[in-house]
Design a protein around this ligand. Structure first.
Ligand SMILES: C[S@@+](CC[C@H](N)C(=O)[O-])C[C@H]1O[C@@H](n2cnc3c(N)ncnc32)[C@H](O)[C@@H]1O
Length: 276
């Protein structure tokens, strides 16, 4: 049964209450800096070469040469609608945020946001595209999501990851989800946009296949997400992405897919509970 975005929103409203806001605490490690020093310390980052064998699905491009718009387009309409209406508050983490397709919208809603990616130039572009009035709420962190996140336990009110987790094989996906759960506070929200039924074609018409990428249908994606987030209060909706072109991707390609928009709420901790 297809659910509407409204089902998901009502679900978030029911289950969450606005958390008390405390100032986000950021350590000044070289990889986790406030926006200004981030830019100052990393003026000319080299593009991160993709290495599928090591689960680095970067584009290997300098995002600062890709113009103002996100190389992934404007964002999917249903997902934008959902984010626009979702009552999101507190401290959030945008994992594999890329060059910021959904970042400004998220930043408008939440109180503090850490945007992370393995690609430094993508994050620099993301910051440049962030309206000045919102930059004081933004922090950035460069890290590989397949390793332990350089972030504290139970720190975030929400974690969002769009258009990325479907790339990883199950063993690695399990590791990433374990880290998402670790940094999310009890009662916190995780939102994942998980593409399914993916079709990619190079501009010469040949199929473009990412080596080792799992292939999910809506059914297998839902089963996988349900298994990964056992113990969470879960809602999932499904949507479609009509064919669109990514001329700045490496290689350039056209893309279409369906997707599952997943929302999970971590159980509140009570004495005697095990935290999932
Ligand atoms: C398809 S893009 C999605 C970007 C963004 N979430 C969006 O929806 O527009 C995938 C992103 O994942 C990042 N990425 C790939 N492998 C990664 C890894 N192992 N650790 C962290 N980020 C990674 C890439 O650099 C890229 O920005």
């Amino acid at each position: 049964m297809e659910r509407t975005c409204i089902d998901n929103l009502a679900f978030i409203e029911q289950i969450t209450s606005k958390p008390k806001i405390s100032l986000i605490e950021i350590s000044t490690s070289s990889q986790r800096l406030n926006s200004k020093s981030f830019i100052k310390n990393m003026p000319n980052p080299k593009p991160r070469k993709p290495n599928q064998a090591k689960y680095i699905f970067s584009e290997g491009i300098d995002y600062l040469k890709t113009g103002k718009r996100s190389i992934w387009g404007k964002g999917d309409r249903e997902t934008l609608d959902f984010l626009n209406k979702a009552p999101l508050h507190g401290k959030w983490l945008n994992l594999a945020a890329g060059d910021g397709r959904y970042n400004t919208l998220l930043l408008k809603k939440v109180d503090c946001l850490i945007s992370s990616d393995i690609e430094k130039s993508a994050l620099i572009k993301l910051r440049r595209n962030t309206p000045k009035t919102l930059r004081n709420k933004l922090r950035m962190s460069v890290f590989d999501i397949t390793r332990k996140f350089p972030l504290r336990d139970s720190f975030f009110d929400g974690v969002l990851c769009f258009g990325t987790l479907h790339l990883f094989p199950m063993r690695i996906l399990q590791k990433i989800v374990k880290e998402i759960k670790r940094v999310l506070r009890p009662g916190g929200i995780v939102i994942i946009d998980f593409p399914t039924h993916i079709k990619r074609y190079r501009f010469d018409g040949k199929p473009y296949v990412i080596r080792g990428e799992p292939h999910y249908s809506n059914t297998t994606a839902k089963m996988t997400l349900q298994r990964l987030f056992t113990g969470y209060h879960i809602k999932m909706i499904q949507g479609n992405i009509s064919p669109e072109s990514y001329p700045q991707a490496n290689p350039p390609y056209t893309y279409s897919s369906k997707f599952i928009l997943f929302t999970g709420i971590k159980s509140e901790w009570r004495p005697g509970n095990r935290i999932s």
